[in-house]
Design a protein around this ligand. Structure first.
Ligand SMILES: Cc1ncc(COP(=O)(O)O)c(C=O)c1O
Length: 339
């Protein structure tokens, strides 16, 4: 293994030694297989290639202060993975198979779990694809479940530094009654162009509005949006938003910190009323937002006057990070400890 610069890892693909695979055939899941290949061999008519039968997950394990490895809320990812499979008619991966696969992938690649104190983590990418051959538009009869892992740094190169986001109206990532609530590849394909354009135009990511009326805040790129107003944590409710496990965790912590939590539609105009805003997800926990640029109207919403994240976002970020790295007690049983 080459020397890894743990403190400067990007959020990207990193080759590790092994990945884990499992196949669904004849109506049932087979045994787990361990592979050292980075490639898969699939049929040219596999439904994942033609009709988007593909779902994935993203989750992390952390090396704690005590040297132990903590896998964060994997049960929630397993549940969401099943919902994604169900939403596009793929065979669901039972939680027990999911657990064995991620734990095997972790144990086979232990040396890639970044050391405590580097700010890095081991990222898991569970993937489910339709591998059965079909030419008519219908679900496959065969599936492949795969888990690979790799050490990652923060998603945004700014880390916990506030970022600029672009609010847009000329693209949607998901249709009003479509697949925005599940983690399937098509949603991400639809987001590639607006995200790349936003970067070209100087912003880190995009802020989508609801696809139907363009009146309410939806997703913040590949993350959920939240705003803080006084002592209240506000986050949008919508069928097109992926239920974020980080967001769910932050809501619990916000309540414990004495804040109130509102999960509801968030009209665009309310952006002017928030004291702090951010994007949240596994990759960055919280990416504080310093500026929202409305691409169409030219309006700019500004936050973080002093250039730093707001006090409540910082408190929430530190609290969740401390639980993940074993610096504070895990009173909710969110971490599975691997000894
Ligand atoms: C579209 C989208 N929204 C939100 C999230 C955040 O979800 P989580 O906190 O479970 O990582 C992600 C990342 O997984 C995402 O891709």
């Amino acid at each position: 293994m080459e020397n890894i610069d743990w403190g400067n890892l990007p959020f990207g693909y990193f080759r590790t030694d092994y990945n884990v695979r499992c196949y669904y055939r004849d109506g049932k899941w087979g045994e787990l297989e361990i592979s050292s290949s980075e490639y898969i061999n699939i049929h040219i008519a596999a439904t994942c290639l033609h009709y988007g039968q593909e779902a994935f997950e993203g989750m992390k394990a952390f090396r704690g202060k005590d040297g132990k490895i903590r896998v964060f809320r994997w049960e929630e990812n397993a549940k969401r993975f099943r919902r994604s499979a169900d939403g596009i008619m793929m065979a669901e991966v039972p939680d027990e198979v999911f657990e064995r696969a991620i734990m095997t992938a972790l144990k086979m690649n232990l040396k890639y779990v970044p050391p405590y104190g580097t700010g890095a983590a081991l990222y898991f990418r569970p993937l489910l694809i339709g591998t059965g051959a079909e030419v008519g538009v219908k679900p496959a009869k065969e599936y492949m479940f795969l888990v690979f892992v790799g050490p990652v740094g923060p998603y945004f190169k700014e880390g916990f530094k506030p970022v600029c986001v672009q609010l847009l109206r000329d693209f949607d990532r998901a249709a009003p009654l479509g697949t925005g609530h599940i983690k399937v590849g098509g949603n991400y394909a639809a987001s590639l162009f607006p995200a790349a354009r936003a970067k070209e135009e100087g912003c880190s990511t995009v802020l989508f509005l609801d696809a139907k009326e363009k009146k309410y805040i939806d997703e913040a790129g590949p993350a959920n949006f939240f705003g803080i107003k006084g002592n209240t944590y506000v986050t949008p409710e919508s069928h097109t938003i992926l239920p974020s496990i980080t967001n769910k965790s932050l809501q619990v912590l916000a309540r414990e910190m004495g804040m109130s939590v509102e999960v509801r539609r968030v009209p665009v105009e309310e952006l002017a009323e928030f004291d702090e805003v951010g994007a949240c997800g596994t990759a960055a926990i919280i990416s504080p937002i310093k500026k929202i640029h409305d691409r169409e109207t030219g309006k700019i919403y500004k936050y973080c006057d002093d250039g730093n994240a707001g006090p409540l976002s910082t408190k929430l970020y530190n609290k969740l990070r401390a639980i993940q790295y074993g610096e504070e007690p895990d009173t909710h049983g969110w971490c599975t400890i691997i000894s």
